[in-house]
Design a protein around this ligand. Structure first.
Ligand SMILES: Nc1nc2c(ncn2[C@@H]2O[C@H](COP(=O)(O)OP(=O)(O)OP(=O)(O)O)[C@@H](O)[C@H]2O)c(=O)[nH]1
Length: 302
């Protein structure tokens, strides 16, 4: 397991050395000797898990830096612990009011510092786990609707900025009501789990994304992909599911479970919003459902 990383921001090299000596055995340490350098390092990927921040620095006061880091999306959730000899109540109150996680007075007690750092890191890791849970579908363990909404909005913005094409697929299991009625709800649940696995297996790029967005409805986001590439993914998905051979004796389309897929693809324009994009894929899906099911269609304006 890789070690958690602490960023020390302090203009005094002696102070940095003291903190490194206390924490260096348990954590990876980076340091900056000015507020400006600290701000850069805090925003650089991989970002630190925690920041120890001095108050008095020549170029930038620690309070000012803390305020700035708390307004930046990439750094706002990194816990900041002030380390300072200034321990009056007003300073401590100010530190907490601007988002500091803790305040460590000098002279530093090594064991107290370690304990406070550990407490903050545990809190971060619990928050991360909770957030992950909030974005995960309990049945299939892929992303849920909330995770999908966030990712789609992010990708629309990212592809708009980069001028690249984005694909969205809305996927619906065919005749799933009759599947449940015939095989029972538990087998229905297992079927949804298998479909989610097939979807994950079908996607090859790290940036591809799959979610369960409703009962028997799934979605796939393919960033930086054109129509041809997206159709290929849809064909692979249909054929991988056919290979999985999940029986459906009540289906009018096949004796196996099948899917209908609606696809929309475009370089997001400035005025494109989330709802429009989603609606396009949904319209394409409706077209497949109205015709033969077990297939895919691409949205077109005409
Ligand atoms: N087992 C199981 N079934 C679910 C779940 N969520 C939704 N369903 C079922 O999925 C079925 C969807 O049925 P419909 O919307 O009528 O669609 P369909 O039968 O697939 O028909 P078409 O979409 O036209 O092919 C309903 O019977 C829901 O109860 C779930 O989590 N587990």
């Amino acid at each position: 397991m890789c070690r958690e990383e602490i960023l020390i921001i302090d203009d005094d090299p002696v102070q940095i050395r003291i903190l490194c000596n206390i924490l260096g055995d348990d954590f990876a340490i980076r340091f900056a000797t000015s507020g400006k350098e600290g701000k850069e390092l805090a925003s650089t990927f991989p970002r630190p898990d925690l920041i120890l921040l001095d108050i008095n620095m020549p170029d930038m006061n620690g309070f000012q830096l803390c305020r700035e880091l708390k307004t930046i999306e990439a750094t706002k959730n990194i816990p900041i612990l002030f380390v300072s000899g200034r321990i009056d109540d007003a300073d401590q109150l100010l530190a907490f009011n601007i988002g500091a996680a803790d305040f460590i007075p000098k002279p530093i007690s090594p064991s107290v510092l370690k304990a406070r750092v550990k407490t903050q890191l545990e809190l971060v890791s619990k928050n991360k786990a909770l957030e992950e849970l909030a974005f995960t579908d309990g049945l299939t363990h892929i992303a849920n609707r909330r995770g999908f909404d966030k990712r789609l909005a992010d990708e629309i913005r990212r592809m708009m900025r980069d001028g690249k094409a984005l694909s969205l697929m809305i996927i619906d299991v065919d005749n799933f009501k009759s599947f449940n009625d015939h095989y029972g709800h538990t087998v229905g649940d297992d079927c949804l789990k298998s479909i989610a696995q097939v979807m994950k297996k079908t996607l090859s790029r790290a940036t591809d994304f799959v979610a369960r967005i409703g009962g028997e409805e799934f979605a796939i986001i393919l960033p930086d992909s054109d129509v041809e590439q997206s159709c290929l993914v849809a064909q692979n998905l249909l054929s991988n599911l056919a290979d999985k051979n999940i029986p459906h004796c009540q289906s009018a389309q096949s004796d196996r479970v099948t899917l209908s897929i609606g696809i929309t693809n475009q370089v997001p324009a400035k005025d494109l919003n989330y709802e429009q994009f989603f609606k396009q894929a949904d319209q394409a899906l409706y077209q497949v459902k109205r015709s033969s099911k077990n297939g895919y269609a691409v949205f077109s304006e005409s």
